[in-house]
Design a protein around this ligand. Structure first.
Ligand SMILES: [Fe+2]
Length: 225
């Protein structure tokens, strides 16, 4: 029977927690100190159970091998989604102050929505699943599901676990919270816009009949030379 998810590969140290705060400086903007602490703990817990030393070591894709950034890291994706999600929230608040949005849940949820990628993207898990997909599935758990486990295991509130769970395909089967809807759209917008602006490696692009890819400025310059 498989208990790989229980295998802690390194201790959870203050140095590991510091690396999380360095890779995701927007964590400092979470107003609730306990929520901020648990968000860091979620990433430290997930990393300590993976092959990755820090968030910026996780391959910068939406799914393993799909929509992979040409440049930058998974931290860039998380930070981009956090900024986009807050901009959606703040636009709505500015236009209609009577809307009720918990900005801390939006920001914490955006920074933690992909915490399960430590598990789903782990090369050891990928190799294990590819070796015998019939044994425990391929993947055993998507990052959404493992991320939900991580959030709950470190004591993050259900509002954040829900965003980890429902920001992707799984959210199509349940009713999602308002903060989750904001993070979902920020997440999906990030990948769609990265695709059209030429930021994704062509061979990893998710098929999309309306997508047309613009070349990056330096690529265009190189092609002209
Ligand atoms: Fe994401």
């Amino acid at each position: 029977m498989a208990l790989h998810y229980l295998k802690q590969q390194r201790p959870i140290t203050d140095a590991l927690r510091r690396s999380v705060a360095e890779d995701l400086p927007e964590l400092a903007d979470i107003g609730d100190a306990e929520l901020r602490r648990k968000a860091i703990e979620a990433w430290a817990f997930a990393l300590s159970h993976s092959s990755f030393a820090r968030i910026s070591d996780i391959p910068p894709g939406g799914n393993p091998g799909m929509n992979v950034l040409k440049r930058g890291s998974q931290a860039d994706h998380l930070r981009g989604v956090a900024r986009l999600a807050l901009q959606i929230a703040d636009t709505c608040i500015a236009q209609r102050p009577e809307v009720r949005i918990d900005r801390d849940v939006v920001l914490c949820g955006a920074l933690c929505h992909d915490v399960g990628k430590c598990y789903e993207f782990d090369p050891e898990n990928q190799a294990r699943w590819a070796d015998d997909p019939s044994a425990t599935g391929q993947p055993t758990l998507r990052h959404t599901v493992f991320g939900t486990y991580v959030c709950l295991a470190v004591g993050l509130p259900e509002e954040i676990a829900h965003i980890a769970c429902a920001h992707s395909l799984e959210g199509q089967h349940i009713g999602v919270s308002s903060e989750c809807m904001i993070v979902r759209h920020a997440d999906h917008a990030y990948w769609s816009v990265a695709g059209t602006l030429g930021l994704l490696t062509p061979e990893t692009l998710r098929p999309n009949p309306i997508l047309r890819v613009r070349r990056l400025a330096d690529e265009l310059k190189q092609a002209a030379e």
